[in-house]
Design a protein around this ligand. Structure first.
Ligand SMILES: [Zn+2]
Length: 420
């Protein structure tokens, strides 16, 4: 156990050689890696907090007494304890309760036309006789393959879709603030995307919403694991009152000083749980009812709508078909590497180990090979989007490296702890 000292509200790990190393974000002082997958105990358990400021403390993934992470323990049950026939029957019951008799929409499937939303909407339509309305919160910068897949989802899958594109000027400014103040360039996207589907469900009078997998598969809070339904309070977050909220680490009232027009904030606001309740909105995880395997969803989507993987490997990892619709996506994962020492290959390998596609040894090798690769392909476009120079980009990022995770060796940043 690393000794921890607290001074002036900051925490420090006491290192026998190097003295006191600051621990940012309330992360665990001891860096541990799950004995079953490759995730470390530095992984935050939620990335959506409306009161997020630079020094906000994170709750992190829980490891059990055997050194196994909650996500692995949760996933194991998919293969051992869960009776999938019984779950299928439950899904049929749920669909029977909502199925339309007059051809109107009877469920809402949010998604981007990625493999998971393709799988969800098509299975509901073809195997459960539903009439889904699909809704999409647009990515920051579409990739060609992402736009192709989005169109294939609607054209070949046969779905109506509402594509919401937020005010591009406001979205850029919020993204820049979130990068500068939180090193979390995806925060505005996550706020908007998370709340869009339940708000649309209420507005369109289509109360049944299907999300894909439960976040517990990735180690988010496990308290709701046993339920198919997401509590509506989840969408309300901290408050309904804009005055209490932070966007990109900036209090609502100070946004105009940062050049953000307050009229553009509405789409990012938490949903009002009272209005969701009045509309009898129910949000369910399809992953509770159907065995959810990203690789299988990819094969299914390729076969059924001609879903395309990338021609090239995604930078920072080894995969070609996960989350490929947004040019800014690689920078989201790169910032988690900077803040928590966890890059994109770690997320991919951990998931594939849990789904029994690769073993831990292969996962470790993949993480060591790809996790720290910097995503160069869309870097000029991302810098232009944020209106930052390359020097500014790296100077900001360096402020967010926690000294208990990173050290400099010959002018290069090196992780103090790597999975092995
Ligand atoms: Zn694990």
């Amino acid at each position: 156990m690393v000794e921890v000292k607290e001074t002036d509200g900051k925490r420090f790990a006491v290192d026998p050689q190097e003295g006191q190393l600051e621990i940012k974000y309330g992360l665990p002082a001891d860096v541990l890696f799950c004995k079953s997958c490759v995730i470390s105990n530095q992984r935050p358990s939620s990335s959506v907090e409306f009161k997020h400021t630079k020094d906000s403390r994170k709750s992190t993934i829980h490891f059990d007494e055997n050194g196994i992470c909650d996500a692995c323990n949760y996933s194991k049950r998919k293969f051992t304890e869960v009776d999938w026939e019984e779950r299928d029957a439950k899904l049929r019951e749920l669909c029977d309760r909502f199925r339309s008799r007059n051809d109107s929409y009877d469920c809402l499937v949010p998604g981007s036309g990625g493999k998971d939303s393709v799988y969800a909407a098509l299975r509901l339509k073809r195997d459960y006789g539903m009439h889904p309305l699909t809704v999409t919160w647009a990515p920051h910068l579409y990739t060609d393959v992402g736009w192709y897949n989005m169109q294939a989802w609607l054209h070949k899958g046969g779905f109506d879709n509402y594509l919401f594109t937020p005010d591009g000027e406001a979205h850029r400014k919020l993204t820049r603030l979130a990068f500068e103040n939180l090193l979390h360039p995806f925060q505005p996207f996550i706020f908007g995307q998370k709340n869009y589907a339940p708000k649309m469900a209420a507005k369109m009078g289509v109360p049944l919403v299907f999300y894909g997998e439960n976040e517990a598969e990735y180690g988010n809070t496990v308290s709701e694991n046993e339920s198919a339904q997401r509590k509506l309070e989840y969408f309300a977050q901290d408050s309904q009152n804009a005055e209490d909220l932070y966007f990109g680490g900036v209090p609502f009232s100070e946004l105009p000083d940062k050049g953000v027009d307050l009229r553009s904030i509405d789409p990012y606001m938490p949903a009002d749980p009272d209005s969701l309740r009045a509309a009898e909105v129910e949000v369910h995880y399809l992953g509770y009812y159907l065995q959810w395997t990203p690789q299988e969803n990819y094969y299914y989507s390729a076969e059924n709508i001609g879903f395309k993987a990338n021609e090239h490997r995604t930078e920072g990892t080894y995969s070609k078909y996960n989350s490929i619709d947004d040019k800014t996506d690689p920078y989201h994962y790169w910032t988690t590497l900077v803040k928590f020492g966890i890059g994109r290959a770690t997320y991919d390998a951990a998931q594939e180990i849990r789904n029994q596609h690769i073993d831990r040894e292969e996962g470790v090798a993949l993480v060591r090979r790809y996790d720290q690769e910097f995503p160069r392909r869309y870097f000029p476009e991302f810098l232009e989007y944020l209106d930052l120079s390359e020097e500014q980009f790296f100077a900001i990022a360096d402020e967010f490296r926690s000294p208990h995770l990173w050290t400099k060796s010959n002018g290069e940043w090196v992780l103090r702890h790597q999975v092995s």
